[in-house]
Design a protein around this ligand. Structure first.
Ligand SMILES: Nc1ncnc2c1ncn2[C@@H]1O[C@H](COP(=O)(O)OP(=O)(O)OP(=O)(O)O)[C@@H](O)[C@H]1O
Ligand SMILES: [Mg+2]
Length: 361
């Protein structure tokens, strides 16, 4: 038996005048999930989060919390915690009182307030700063106060809309760690909005990819990265190489794809396609290895090209290879172990059949 989802959205749409900001969204959020809503700007992420919060009413559809219809319940009675991009702290209150605020409005007893606020401060590593005011804190510290305030009354679900968007890269990475830690420590259910795919990959238990007001694909970070189902996902999550091709069926005992620009991909893992089907082959940059001309390969994939760019990125060499007049393939190999190839040299591209992803849309 699977546990009842803590939140279910069913066929939810939000229409602003003539703009459909969210169309027919259906998703279940399990207890303990860290669900990230990922998508380009204007795709509808905030709209979906606000619809869950109840800040934005649904035009059609339903929202269930633990199986109970809450579509018409106002935001303050849903029991969700919110964290926004701009900390939204109250400037005249101390850090302590900012964090205590949700407890005060719930009329929690004084001693308990003190204990819970101190625990929350500890959790976000701000012990000792309780008496400061928000303007006496750095951006990262303010955002940690906002996190503490969102978790202090142990809400069923914590909703976060780009909470790290205003911070620089280093601070953002530090706080990503804090939020992961909070999620693990509290066993909380989190719905998190970001347009940053790396952040989504590193934080989430599940990602919902949104574009043009629709949920396009939902999956674990691992599946979204290694087994995307659409070219859009492959392109939005991580760097992808896409090549057009035609599925040739089981010739020579192999499932084979003939690439449009020349080249063969054999040992293709997927066999439920009809011969002649137009497909795309997707390869991640780090799945590909490079060899010099004539060097022995597994023979499973036959693809050659010319190096058009080669640069050291630190951890990896990034090499760009023209395999035909239109197609450029990006390859990333660990710089500690991979050798360097000069510009304009000929190379063979090799990869394991398992790393071939076949996309039909
Ligand atoms: N109050 C509103 N009135 C009219 N249109 C709106 C309103 N709020 C959002 N929209 C429109 O709905 C669409 C989705 O907006 P939303 O804010 O959900 O996008 P987003 O994915 O959060 O984008 P971003 O990454 O830029 O924050 C956009 O086209 C936006 O212009
Ligand atoms: Mg937004």
């Amino acid at each position: 038996m699977t546990a009842e989802p803590i939140v279910s959205i069913r066929n939810a749409s939000v229409v602003y005048g003539k703009v459909a900001a969210l169309q027919d969204a259906t998703i279940d959020i399990a207890k303990g999930d860290f669900l990230t809503l990922l998508g380009p700007s204007g795709s509808g992420k905030t709209t979906l989060l606000n619809a869950i919060a109840g800040v934005v009413p649904l035009s059609t559809g339903q929202l269930l919390v633990e199986g109970v219809d809450m579509t018409a319940v106002p935001p303050n009675r849903r029991g969700f915690g919110m964290v926004f991009q701009n900390y939204a702290l109250m400037p005249h209150l101390t850090v302590f009182e900012n964090i205590a605020f949700p407890l005060r409005i719930r009329r929690v007893a004084g001693e308990q307030v003190h204990r819970k606020v101190m625990e929350a401060l500890d959790l976000v590593r701000l012990t000792g700063l309780a008496e400061r005011r928000p303007k006496q804190l750095s951006g990262g510290q303010q955002q940690r106060v906002a996190l503490a305030r969102a978790v202090v009354y142990e809400p069923k679900v914590i909703l976060m809309d780009e909470p790290l968007g205003a911070l620089d890269k280093q601070l953002r990475e530090g706080l990503q760690g804090e939020i992961r830690h909070l999620h693990a420590m509290l066993g909380a259910t989190v719905v998190y909005v970001t347009h940053d795919q790396e952040e989504a990959l590193s934080m989430s238990t599940r990602i919902a990819l949104i574009s043009d007001a629709r949920i396009r694909e939902v999956g674990s970070p691992h599946d979204m990265y290694f087994r995307p189902r659409t070219a859009f996902t492959a392109g939005f999550v991580g760097t992808s190489n896409l090549m057009k091709g035609r599925y040739r069926g089981d010739a020579e005992g192999w499932s084979t794809v003939e690439l449009a620009g020349g080249g063969l991909v054999r040992g293709v893992p997927r066999t439920d396609l009809v011969a002649g089907a137009e497909i795309m082959v997707m390869l991640r940059p780090e799945a590909i290895d490079l060899l010099g001309p004539g060097e022995p390969t597994s023979g499973l994939n036959l693809l050659e090209g010319e190096v058009t760019d080669h640069s050291l990125q630190g951890t990896t060499w990034r090499t760009v290879i023209a395999v035909d007049t239109e197609t450029r393939i990006v390859v990333q190999r660990l710089s500690r172990v991979a050798r360097s190839f000069p510009l304009r040299s000929r190379v063979q591209l090799c990869w394991r059949p398992d790393d071939t992803v076949i996309l039909t849309q």
